[in-house]
Design a protein around this ligand. Sequence first.
Ligand code: HEC
Length: 142
Amino acid sequence: MPIVLAMLLSACGMGMMGNPLGRIPSEYADLVNQVAADNDSIARGEVIFQGICATCHGESGRGDGPASAGLDPAPAAIASTEHMRSDAYLFYRISEGGNFSPFNSAMPAFKEVYDENERWDVINYIRTLGNMGMMPDGMMGR
Ligand code: HEC
């Protein structure tokens, strides 16, 4: 592999691009979603997302909620990024937030707020935000 590409890939893994997917803490790294993404779970997740998360992340997950103005880094456009994120990564970020390096963001920690099933419900809802308005249904393989 060309050396520059190798360095770029390793920079991603080190979190230099704000996305340290290679550094999910061990207590989260192996988690997989145990809550079936049925209509009930998605509906519960929607209540949480639209009630709390949308203030920053926006109703359709584009990172443009009313409380997003002036946040640096800006809230993630979850509708676009979730395709690239593992269950473990999403659960880790929702649980621990971003008030630490390398994120240093306003993303709150929710592990004391929502139990594990509720956090999986939100992830099930986030997974439905994927292609809204961006592409015809099915183009992202869902
Ligand atoms: C006060 C504003 C705020 C609220 C409320 C908030 N977030 Fe965030 N969130 C952020 C910011 C800013 C980032 C981007 C910086 C970072 O990754 O820490 C972020 C990042 C994330 C990420 C990482 C996305 C990625 O692609 O790396 C996830 C997942 C996430 N938020 C989920 C949620 C969920 C679910 C809720 C509600 C339970 C929520 N957030 C509530 C501000 C917020």
